[in-house]
Ligand binder design. Structure first.
Ligand code: SF4
Length: 250
């Protein structure tokens, strides 16, 4: 990586597909690389750094080599903001954006427009999240259930991330991806954790879809059961499918 350069896999405009702000038009900056390997990952192209960044604008697709400097990324973002329809937020996603905290911080320090920044993170790197919070208005945290990720449990890290976002008074919500294999005691634990930190933080159960297509990998009965389990621990549990999958968009 060159200097403070970063690896960016995609820059594009689309509708937010998950959480409190679903359905709003966002500009997405997707960072390349992730330390996790969730079994259900829907962005496998972002698991490792990419040689090129794909930029999707009104004139079609363009590619530029990685790494990019913070100034280069900001220039691409400004150009897209200038030609896009009105935007509700700038979504910083991945991969795992916090894997490149220095680069993301350097880029966000350059930003001058008033577009709120929505950070989407797996919530496993609390120290790094704390360093970025001054640049971020909205925090979207994923809580990972080991039964469906195949990863080890990260409850302590999830709790520390949620506590940091709540203490900083950010707009925060938690998503918990669920499928037919998801253990109900893990959903219960996640719901209790969110409610214990702040019951005003909504918890979204996100029914997962097959890697290809839009078929859900959880039955309505299981989803209903998991929602009931979570709702015994948390007063605001919502079920929401991934809107971008339903619409067939990025
Ligand atoms: S944290 Fe997100 S990007 Fe990383 S492996 Fe899991 S689903 Fe994929």
């Amino acid at each position: 990586m060159r200097g403070r350069g970063g690896n960016v896999s995609e820059v594009f405009v689309s509708f937010q597909g998950e959480g409190v702000h679903a359905g709003r038009r966002h500009l997405f900056v997707r960072l390349g690389g992730c330390p996790l390997r969730c079994r259900y990952c829907d962005t496998p192209e972002s698991l490792v750094p990419t040689a090129q960044c794909r930029i999707l604008g009104p004139d079609g697709e363009r590619r530029r080599p990685n790494p990019m400097t913070a100034a280069e990324l900001e220039s691409e973002v400004r150009a897209l903001v200038a030609v896009a329809p009105p935007l509700a937020a700038l979504a910083v996603t991945g991969g795992e954006p916090l894997a490149q905290t220095d680069f993301v911080a350097a880029w966000l320090e350059l930003r001058r427009d008033r577009l709120p920044v929505l950070l989407e993170t797996a919530g496993i790197l609390p120290g790094r999240l704390a360093r970025l919070l001054s640049h971020v208005a909205i925090v979207s945290l994923d809580f990972k259930c080991p039964s469906n990720t195949g990863e080890r449990a990260r409850w302590d890290e999830h709790q520390a991330c949620l506590e940091a976002a709540v203490a900083a008074r950010r707009d925060v919500y938690v998503k918990m991806p669920v499928d037919e294999a998801t253990a109900s005691d893990e959903v219960e634990r996640g719901a209790a954790l969110v409610a214990g930190v702040d019951p005003a933080v909504p918890l979204f159960l996100t029914p997962l879809t097959a890697p290809e297509g839009t078929e859900l990998t959880i039955t309505p009965a299981t989803l209903e059961r998991l929602h009931a389990v979570a709702s015994r621990r948390h007063p605001d549990v919502r079920v929401m499918p991934q809107l971008h999958k339903v619409l067939g968009i990025l």
